[in-house]
Design a protein around this ligand. Sequence first.
Ligand code: CUA
Length: 177
Amino acid sequence: MAIAPPSERIWWREPIARIELIWIVIGFSWGLVMFFTMVFWHSVGEQNLSNEAYKTTPEKFQAKVTEMVEQYTVRDEAGIPVVRPPAGSDVYMLGRLWQWYPLLELEKNQSYRLHLASMDYQHGFSLQPVNLNISVHPGYDMVMTITPTDSGEFTIVCNEFCGIGHHLMIGKIFVVE
Ligand code: CUA
């Protein structure tokens, strides 16, 4: 029993049984395999994000979002602006209780640098149905380069519980030809 003190106080000087040693070696080796798989899979696996993160503040990030919204809004949906920034540019989306803002319209096969940050608490950006996921925090600007390869309407759900309106926190990215 692990709760009771060991009968021999200097228990680590006890000889190790061969079978126990074998298990320790197997367990440790498997740990190493799993560790290096993470490193290997980051470059080989296609589902891993190579994102960058920068320090920011909600005020600074909000200012970037506002600037983009004022320049490139093309229409609105239920009162939320749909923004169509130029291909290749930096695009901004913020998460806050309980909204992804603004909605984006992007061109197929063009690359954008997508910036994400939270205005308040932690949110989870989850792009469906491609299942691209990233945590969004206040104070950090998470940047990734995205190139939409399919046109259509993509839904963003929040996958980090953030309070009473969590399930209503839905955004959209429209990809057009
Ligand atoms: Cu934001 Cu859940």
